[in-house]
Design a protein around this ligand. Structure first.
Ligand code: NAD
Length: 488
């Protein structure tokens, strides 16, 4: 089981433990994967430290950009194969997987450019109010980065973490989710192909409570970057507290989509569906709470139900499929139990069951609940499946209050043909990402992350690079006179 990528080599886990990659459309094993344990984490962190102390930590941005561009080219060149891997491991429809792979390549290419620009701003002078001093600002790599990612966008989440870290000159120990490790292994192969120096990127598939915990508690890790659920994020944060590790957390959400009476119904239906059924609703920023103004509600809901029922459900490789299976049996059971509970809390207006034509695989029909109570679990908690909850509102103030009444603050969306109202509402939403007249479009250039319990820090854009940089001021006394405080 040589599936751990440590110090540029493929090795088996020391304890010999394994887990299965399962195809969620057919519930069959794709591959058996070695599971990293504590000793393997130690080896990976040591390799990352050596690489940092050797050439990589001293390299400049232009040198690192060459590797980042090569990784982007490699991903582009293997786009179809990588997308197939993602479909078989995660279940998403092929066009969505192709989109993810293209985005992952784009992410490496974007951070290659930022790495080059980093050289230009290295040692930039800072003008101080006292001319007897000069100051230059340096950006130095944060060190060894421990990176833990979820299963919903396996390759893309790896790219969001690895690309900025490498651009900054940090070294990485990446732990993919035990539910979807296959594309991360492909990334390890890409690293070999492009000649990335050994130890710069280490990939250790394994369980969260073993490899993940060992990595987050490791004293040799300088930075922990985590994407996943709030409960795991809390554990990561307390691990980081022990030795004050630098952390960034991208956690869950229960985002609201506010639709006003003056919205175009067809456009609203399109974006509402994109906001909750894309990737089977397994999207941190999914706009899973729909707030509809009373006037438009009856017609909008009628069209929404009609359109949700028309979605083509099936295995991700089948042509035309728009909704694949959920990622795992565990996720299927979680979503179904929330649906069962939700049926007692609100009116189930469509879905809520396994589609009749899919007797196996973890499929759930697009599901819509009408008017759950604001304190109900389906309204308050992240379901992470194709489940939309709808409530009506009368006024703008009421809509904003309902939207912001959440422990989460990842994303939000508003749709209205009144531009001033849309701007007011967008500004009033307590969320790190707000979409106006759309939901979900994501750009590598723009900051990504949440407020409240949705996380700490931002990924993507220049903010993503900053996650992996330490900022240093070097201040020099250049005055002609002695300082003269003690020695007059
Ligand atoms: P999860 O928290 O169960 O697992 C995420 C990762 O953490 C996995 O690699 C897992 O192995 C690891 N892990 C589990 N226990 C651990 C521990 N004790 N110590 C260290 N690592 C541990 O989340 P998931 O089910 O894989 O993903 C779904 C969640 O991720 C949702 O809540 C979703 O909103 C969130 N998410 C957030 C973003 C974002 O950008 N904000 C993006 C994608 C997913």
């Amino acid at each position: 089981m040589n599936t751990l990528f440590i110090d540029g080599r493929w090795v088996a886990p020391k304890q010999g433990k394994t887990f299965n990659s399962i195809d969620p459309a057919v519930e069959e094993i794709n591959q058996i994967i070695g599971a990293a344990g504590k000793e393997d984490v130690d080896l990976a962190v040591a390799a990352a430290r050596r690489a940092l102390d050797q050439d990589w930590g001293q390299s400049n941005g232009c040198e690192r950009a060459v590797y980042l561009d090569a990784l982007a080219d490699h991903i582009d060149a293997h786009r179809d194969a990588l997308a197939m891997v993602e479909v078989c491991d995660n279940g998403k429809p092929l066009p969505e997987a192709q989109w993810d792979v293209a985005d992952a390549a784009g992410c490496f290419r974007y951070y290659a450019q930022l790495a080059r620009e980093l050289d230009e701003r290295q040692d930039a002078p800072l003008v101080l109010p006292d001319a007897r001093f000069t100051c230059r600002i340096r950006h130095e790599p944060v060190g060894v980065a421990g990176q833990i990612i979820p299963w919903n966008y396996p390759l893309l989440m790896a790219a969001w973490k690895v690309a900025p870290a490498l651009a900054a000159g940090a070294t990485c120990v990446l732990k993919p989710s035990e539910v979807t490790s296959l594309s991360a292994l492909q990334l390890g192969m890409a690293a070999t192909r492009v000649g990335l120096p050994p130890g710069v990127l280490n990939i250790i598939p394994g369980f969260g409570h073993e490899a993940g915990r060992a990595l987050s508690q490791h004293s040799g890790v300088d930075k922990l970057a985590f994407t996943g659920s709030v409960p795991t994020g809390a554990k990561i944060m307390s691990s980081a507290a022990a030795d004050i590790k630098n952390i960034s957390l991208e956690l869950g959400g229960k985002s609201a989509f506010i639709v006003f009476d003056d919205a175009d119904i067809e456009a609203a239906v399109e974006w509402i569906m994109f906001g909750i059924f894309w990737n089977q609703g397994q999207v941190c920023s999914a706009t899973s709470r729909l707030l509809v103004q009373e006037g438009i509600a009856p017609r909008l809901l009628e069209r929404l139900v009609e359109a949700a029922r028309a979605i083509k459900i099936g295995p991700g490789l089948e042509p035309g499929v728009q909704l694949g299976p959920l990622v795992s049996n565990e996720q299927y059971q979680k979503v179904m139990s929330m649906i069962i509970q939700g049926s007692q809390e609100a009116e189930l207006i469509t879905g809520g069951i396994r589609p009749k034509h899919q007797p196996r695989g973890y499929f759930v029909e697009p599901t819509i609940f009408d008017e759950p109570d604001v304190s109900s679990r389906i309204w308050m908690e992240e379901i992470f499946g194709p489940v939309l909850c709808v409530k009506r509102f009368k006024t703008e103030e009421q809509a904003l209050a309902l939207a912001n009444h959440s422990r989460y603050g990842l994303a939000g969306a508003v749709m209205s043909s009144d531009a001033r109202r849309a701007t007011r509402v967008a500004n009033g939403l307590r969320a790190g990402i707000v979409w106006v007249n759309c939901s979900q479009p994501t750009f590598t250039e723009a900051p990504w992350g949440g407020m409240k319990q949705s996380g700490i820090g931002r990924e993507l854009g220049r903010w993503g690079l900053d996650n992996y940089l330490e900022v240093k001021q070097v201040t020099e006394y250049v005055g002609q006179e002695p300082w003269g405080w003690y020695l007059k």
